[in-house]
Design a protein around this ligand. Sequence first.
Ligand code: PMP
Length: 426
Amino acid sequence: MQKSEALFSRAQQTIPGGVNSPVRAFKAVGGTPRFITKADGPYIWDADGKQYIDYVQSWGPMVLGHNNEKIRQAVIDASYNGLSFGAPTEAEVIMAEKVSKLVPSMEMVRMVNSGTEATMSAIRLSRGYTGRNKIVKFEGCYHGHADSLLVKAGSGALTLGVPSSPGVPENVAEHTLTVEFNNLDSVKEVFAAHGDDIACIIVEPVAGNMNCIPPVDGFLQGLRDVCNHYGSLLIFDEVMTGFRVSRGGAQERYSITPDLTCLGKVIGGGMPVGCFGGKRDILTHIAPTGPVYQAGTLSGNPVAMAAGLAALTQIEQDDLYDSIFDNTKALVEGMQALADKHGIPFTTNVAGSMFGLFFTDVKKVTNYQQAINCDTERFKTFYHGMLNEGVYLAPASYEAGFVSKLHDKDIIEKTLQAADKVFATL
Ligand code: PMP
C-alpha cells in the first residue's frame, strides 16, 4: 500500500481531500484509498501492483467489463480525426438513433457530459415545459450535485426542502420536496398539498445510492398515476439502471413509461457522457427549437460518441443479460448462505446486475431508514477484509455493487471464497 499512501498524501496538498469526487476518499470505511493504475475485464490494479476483482465498475457503466477492446479501438480511431469540433457530427445522429431505439420512450435525445448535467437539464426542461416550480425527489436518491437536487427531507414529507450542502440557497431548496422511497402515501400527501405547482417527480427507479433498493410492487406505477393525475412529468434517472437492470433499463424491466429519462456514463462506455431524452413534444421545448436553454461545447464530443457507439452496439448485439443476471444472483445467494453459515445478520437485494449487501436483522430492506440503520462498523471490517483478499467493493455501505459480463462463474466463486474467510473474522 506504500505507493497509494504516498500518492494520497501528495494528492492532499493540491486536491481537496486528495480526490476529485468525495466518496473516493474512503471516508466511510477509513484507511487509504487505492490509487488505480489500470483495469481489465473484471479486474483493477492499484499503484502497488495488487489486483482486485472490481464490483464498482467505474460506478456502474462497465457492463461489458473494463478495457473492452472494441471501445478502446473506437477511441483510438476517432482520436486520429481530432478531439473536439464544437460542430455537429454524424456520430451524434447515430448515437441519438441508437439510444432512442434501445429506450423507445426517448423519442428525442440531447447529449451532455455527465449524469449531473443530464438530471439538471431534465429538471429545467420539466419546469420550463410545465411552467411550475416545485420538484419531488426521494430521500436517499442521488441525482448528481445540481443545487435543486442536493436536498434532503426536513422533518416530514410535507416539510419544504432544506439544502443538504452549504452553498445551496434556501430559496432554491424550498422548491424541492423530499418524500420516502417506496412509500406512495408520502407522494400522494405532497401532491395533495402542492400538486398544482409540481413540475416533476425524479426517481432512481432502482435506488442505487442508498445501497441497492428495488421498487416495491406498484410503486413506479403509482408514481406514473400521480403524475398523470396532476399533469406533472415523471423523470426516471437511469444513470445507474440504464442498460444494467435490462437492455431497455428499469422502464423496460418494470414496464413503466416515464416522460423523461436521464442516462449517464454507461452510454459513453466509461467516457464522460450523459444524455436526457423523452417525448418529442417535451424535448422540442429545448433550445434552439424552444425557449428552455441548455448547451455544451463538449456535448456530443466525437471521441466520446465513438466510445459510446462501440459500447451500445455490443450491448445491442450481444446476448449478455441472462448470464450477467445469473451470475449476480449466484453472488448474492452465495453471500447470504455464507453469512448464515457464520451466524451474521445479513440480507441482500438484487435487480438485474445491481446488488446490495446489508448487515442488518431486517429481512428485506426497502427504504432509506432501514438502509442507514445497517451496521456500518461491521461493513467497514468486512470491507477491509475483502480488500485484503483482493475484492474491491464500493468504499461506503450506501452504494450498490455492479457485475459485468466478464464476472464469470469462476470470478464469483473466488469472491465467495474471499467472503467465507472474511465473514469468519467478523
Ligand atoms: N444520477 C444517479 C442515479 C447517479 O448514480 C449519479 C452518479 N453516480 C448521477 C446521477 C450523477 O452522475 P455524474 O456523477 O456522472 O454527474
